[in-house]
Structure formats: C-alpha cells, structure tokens
Design a protein around this ligand. Structure first.
Ligand code: GUN
Length: 279
C-alpha cells in the first residue's frame, strides 16, 4: 500500500512552528494581526472564515473579522480595504472568495497592499513568484510543496503534471513545482488525451473540481498523487477529485480527503501572516 501523506499532522507541525515564531515576535513587542473580510453569508465561506479565526487564536495572532452584507457596494468594500491598508497594526488582509456577482473580484484583489496580501493573489505577488522574487505565495499550492518536502518526496528532475489552471491553485502550483526544478506540464479542459499526459507524471496534482474523476487509468504505477478536490458524495461523505480506493493500490504516495491538502491551506495562511510582520 502507498505512503499516506498526512496533511493533518504536517499542518499541525507548521502551525506549531508559526506559534513559536509569533511568540518570538511578541517578545520583541511585535503583534501579528490578520483582517478577514467576508461579503454575504455563503455557508462554505462562513466555515472557512471561522476556521481561519480559530487558527489565528491557536497560533497567538489577533484577528479582525469584517462580516459585510451581500449587497455591500464595490466602493464600500474598496474603502474598507484602503482603511486596513493604512492601519499599521494590521499585517495581513484576506478577502474571502468568491465575492457576490456585482463585485469586481480583480479590482478588489488589486486594492490590497501587496505587503499585506497574505493570500498571494495580488498581481504583484503572482509576478514575483513567476520571476523568482520574494513575495507571498498562494496558500494551497504552497502547502502542497510542504506536504511533498516534509514527506521526503524529491521534486527536482521529476515529471510533474498539474490538472487545472486556476489562478488560486493550478497556475501557482505549476510555478512552484518549476521553482523546485520539476519538469512541469499543465493540463486543462481542452487538453487532448488527458490520460496519456497524466500517465507520464511522477507527481500528479489533481485540481479539476470533479468528484472521483481521476481513476487508476490516469496514473502511472508508483506515482505520487496529490488530491486538491473536496466534494460531498451522494452519502454526504467527503471525497476528492481522485478515486482514492481505485488509485491508492497503484501509487507510491497519496493524499487522503479529508486530511490531506485541505488542512494545509490554513497552516500556510498562518505562515504567511507571521512572515508579513517583518516586511
Ligand atoms: N476561497 C476558497 N479558497 C480561498 C482562499 O484560499 N482564499 C480566499 N481568500 N478565498 C478562498
């Protein structure tokens, strides 16, 4: 059976490291504070935002929660971001996505001061990642790199295939694997003969958004399989983009759902927040 990559344990380890860092900063008289903005009350977003607040409390950071009504205007949201940009005691600003349809998400992201962009979504952060400069990195793909490294999985020289090209996961994932000297291919909905491409992967990252789509026909024997998906199946049980039962027997390592990639996002957000202080 494959190595099960334990995202719960690795994320706990990272949060404990961040907690120590936050305590060191506190000893120097520096506080860490994250501002979290949610517009509307999408239930999934409310759960994520609640978990972010809990994680801040765990590592000893302050958090400010802004819960704005669904009908909040673009201008009011931009005003709040500008106010938080100017507040010295706020280190990180996170606007929970998705935003209501009447709001221009790109303009909102661009309004965040890149020095406080702990989500790593600002074009300046993405550009810095692209050319190998320091800057905040999107939390989910950054967490996947940590999962690989802390599980003893070498990236350099490996064939890495990413399925999905979103700004939040697929694109930054490809850039990070490249930074680690992987040979990277990005697949998407228009890729011809997807299975033929994914079967080349030593490291396969599935961020397709379709429950259990990735069966063993997509996976090379002995590959490392990272599952970014999170869905509820017909019995209300969580499952990923990968058909775990089918794929696990043929791969060398795999992330479970839940308990794989999921917990890493918040751990890396805490890591980014602690790092926002000395910038
Ligand atoms: N919505 C889903 N994932 C994320 C994330 O990582 N950050 C933010 N801000 N919103 C999200």
């Amino acid at each position: 059976m494959p190595q099960i990559i334990d995202g719960k344990a690795i994320s706990a380890q990272i949060k404990d490291e961040v907690k120590e860092r936050v305590a060191e900063l506190a000893a120097q008289g520096k506080k860490v504070c994250l501002a979290v903005i949610q517009v509307g009350n999408d239930p999934a977003s409310s759960v994520y935002v609640g978990n972010k607040k809990k994680a801040c409390a765990y590592v000893g950071m302050e958090s400010l929660a802004y819960e704005l009504a669904e009908e909040t205007t673009q201008e009011a949201l931009l005003d709040l971001i500008r106010e938080l940009n100017a507040k010295e005691e706020v280190n990180g600003i996170l606007v929970q996505l998705p935003l209501p349809k009447h709001i221009d998400e790109d303009e909102v992201i661009r309004a965040i001061d890149p020095k406080k962009d702990v989500d790593g979504f600002h074009p300046q952060s993405v550009g810095a990642l692209c050319i190998g400069q320091p800057g905040f990195v999107s939390c989910t793909p950054a967490g996947i790199i940590q999962l690989l490294k802390r599980s003893g999985i070498e990236i350099a020289g490996k064939e890495c295939v990413v399925i999905g090209r979103s700004n939040i996961v697929g694109k930054p994932m490809a850039l990070l694997l490249l930074r680690e000297n992987g040979t990277v291919t990005v697949c998407h909905s228009r890729t011809k003969d997807l299975k033929e491409v994914t079967k080349r992967a030593d490291i396969l990252v599935a961020a397709v958004g379709k429950p259990k789509m990735i069966t063993r026909e997509y996976v090379k024997e002995g590959a490392v399989v990272i599952d970014v998906g999170i869905h509820r199946n017909e019995n209300n049980k969580l499952c990923g983009d990968v058909d775990y039962e089918d794929v696990a027997p043929v791969c060398s390592a795999i992330t479970p759902v839940p308990g794989g990639v999921g917990p890493m996002t918040i751990a890396m957000l805490m890591y980014n927040c602690a790092n926002s202080v000395s910038r």
